[in-house]
Ligand binder design. Structure first.
Ligand code: C2E
Ligand code: CA
Ligand code: CA
Ligand code: CA
Length: 277
């Protein structure tokens, strides 16, 4: 048992070291990725649940590393956060997403994911509104997605509150992402004036096979409705899921059934920024 323990310890040590050196490498390479054309955005449609009409697109970040190939955002976003480089990555995302949206039909919304650390400087709201102005995208077309863990981070909490309030004053919408996976979903709902909640993909995925998930999804829809929020279900992959979600009154859906994240959408990509004076 003693030897086993030592082997296990050695195994984990080796594993941790490899993971740590991978993280260090990614952190270093991410700096070049921004300037070197390795980042791009893909856009996943958001549809009205009833009509399946596309109401807009969510911007999702992609990184093609020169030697490692495609790296998932779930892997590199935390690295970007821990090194602080998320601020520049996030700014890149904001400006590229608005540039893209400027060529879409003007009723289409653009959803942008924000990391809690982007709120640290205190001028995130101004940056977003300024980018929207530069690209001639009305702020009411903006949806800012914040995950629950983001709103939880103690010292950022006030910054997030203030920034979302300011963005909402300009007509933008605040969205709680991955709803149900955080530790204080309900108090976050109470304290932040969210316009919309996105039911996490994990609940939608287990809906068909797991009765408690059905109850949870129904309850989230009911709760959201009574608060006057828009309810979106993520990760909708089957007609069955769609039918249930519609029957329960879910407003919007997103998922492979409706459309996978893709490089280009409708419209041209030749948009020009509005001159900034
Ligand atoms: P998220 O914001 O919850 O985005 C939804 C994720 O689910 C995306 O993964 C999307 O490709 C995937 N997805 C969408 N529909 C389906 C489906 O029907 N089935 C399945 N299995 N998956 C589906 P992705 O693009 O790998 O992004 C992962 C996470 O990385 C995002 O989760 C978000 O938290 C983060 N992320 C992505 N782009 C950005 C960004 O620009 N900034 C920040 N801060 N985070 C980002
Ligand atoms: Ca999101
Ligand atoms: Ca989500
Ligand atoms: Ca997620």
């Amino acid at each position: 048992a003693k030897a086993d323990g030592r082997n296990t310890a050695r195994f984990f040590n080796k594993h941790l070291k490899e993971e740590e050196s991978l993280r260090l490498m990614l952190a270093r390479d991410l700096e070049q990725a921004i300037s070197g054309d390795q980042l791009r955005l893909v856009f996943q449609p958001i549809a009205d649940a009833g009509s399946l009409r596309i109401v807009g697109y969510e911007a999702l970040l992609r990184w093609k590393h020169p030697t490692l190939g495609d790296i998932a955002p779930d892997l590199f976003i935390p690295v970007a956060e821990s090194t602080g480089i998320i601020t520049s990555v996030g700014s890149w995302v904001i400006s590229r997403a608005l540039a893209a949206a400027s060529s879409w039909p003007p009723h289409m919304v653009v959803a942008i994911n924000l990391s809690p650390l982007q709120f640290r400087s205190g001028d995130l709201a101004d940056e977003i509104i300024e980018a929207a102005r530069r690209w001639n995208v009305a702020p009411c077309r903006l949806e800012l997605e914040v995950t629950e863990s983001a709103t939880l981070l103690g010292f950022q909490r006030d910054n997030v509150l203030v920034a979302l309030e300011s963005l909402k004053n300009h007509g933008a919408k605040a969205v709680m992402d991955d709803f149900g996976t955080g530790h204080s979903s309900l108090s976050n709902l109470k304290d932040f004036a969210f316009d919309k909640i996105k039911i996490d993909r994990s609940f939608v995925a287990s809906m068909l096979t797991h009765a408690p998930s059905v109850s949870i999804v129904k309850a989230i829809i009911g709760l959201g409705k009574s608060l006057g929020l828009t309810i979106l279900a993520e990760g909708v992959e089957t007609e069955e899921q769609l039918a249930d979600l519609r029957a329960w009154g879910c407003n919007q859906v997103q998922g492979y059934l409706i459309g996978k994240p893709a490089e280009t959408i409708i419209g041209s990509s030749l948009a020009m920024p509005v001159s900034s004076n």
